[in-house]
Design a binder for this molecule. Sequence first.
Ligand code: NAP
Ligand code: ZN
Ligand code: ZN
Length: 351
Amino acid sequence: MKVKNVKAYGTKAADASLKAMDINRREVTAKDVEIDILYCGVCHSDLHFARNDWGFSVYPVVPGHEIVGKVVKVGEGVTKYKAGDVVAVGCLVDSCRSCNNCKNDLEQYCPEWVGTYGGHDKHLNLPTFGGYSESIVVDEHFVLKVPKNLDLAAIAPVLCAGITTWSPLRHWKVGKGSKVAVVGLGGLGHMAIKLADALGAHVTLFSRSPDKKQDAMDLGADAVVISTDEEQMKSIQNHFDLIIDTVPYAHDINPYVGTLNTNGTLVLVGYLGPLDPILHTVPMIMGRRSVAGSLIGGIAETQELLDFCGKHNIVSEIEVIKIQDINEAYARMLKSDVHYRFVIDMKSLKN
Ligand code: NAP
Ligand code: ZN
Ligand code: ZN
């Protein structure tokens, strides 16, 4: 198979900074679309993967799965896209296409799903490399249409932060009057507030950061509860239909479970790993409350979200950075100092 050398930014080890490197991309095959990357969002998962927080990173790592770009070339079997189209790619670039999850538009739960980075490129027999790069080659099934009315940099985070919070909002049927809470105001959290608000829910933010209160209200929250304030936490019990917990590290989820109403669900989307402290079952059993998890969203659902954002004029709140600033951006992300998503202007990689 023919390959092409492409400029990228990544790391060769968990404890090394990200820096410029060259990677190989395949030349387009029949169903492939080659995309020149314009913008790439910076997800906390990029940082987890670059640093091997989850223990399954394969190096070199080129992160980035919130990609917006322009089609430059298509394979002869491509029907959905042509050169010049503005398109997007999220966290998935392949799956088996034949299991029940694939047939039901749940490619993210396919046992053979291929992540945009750190997955396995079956064409090249190499790890997949993400969007911190000049260009990417993706099967058209995993390429998305971008609404024409939205800012191209600010729409990028919808591809992961957006869909990861949209999918549980839709699965748990959030609508007018639903009582929704979001834990953590970062990339995922701020999209969760905007999307739940647009669906007509009453939205509460749980945050450790009192200085984010006004921002949360401006984003569409109706209330803010400071999670480190025991009195405030106790004042809200038996209330929420759905809580979306976006916190990236082990934390005590027990105080949140009691704030769920009967039949309510707390869905973990942030932290991957064993809970510490462990989960207490009493509030679950005494109120038929659930604790669940959710992973990104399928391709059809991601397109549904992009179209919804186009219709409701929803984009992410972003700070545009150069690729050369990525290590500093990661350091700020670790301090929860992101307002509320970094997006890399990929032009900077060409310089
Ligand atoms: P982010 O922008 O860094 O936001 C995380 C927020 O969580 C922070 O702003 C902070 O909000 C709160 N927080 C951070 N550390 C905390 C701690 N130790 N204890 C309590 N609260 C803490 O991160 P993100 O990009 O939104 O990603 C969040 C998590 O979701 C990451 O772990 C990422 O890997 C994961 N993720 C999962 C999926 C999925 O499919 N399930 C998809 C994408 C990302 P406050 O200051 O308001 O407290
Ligand atoms: Zn992500
Ligand atoms: Zn499958």
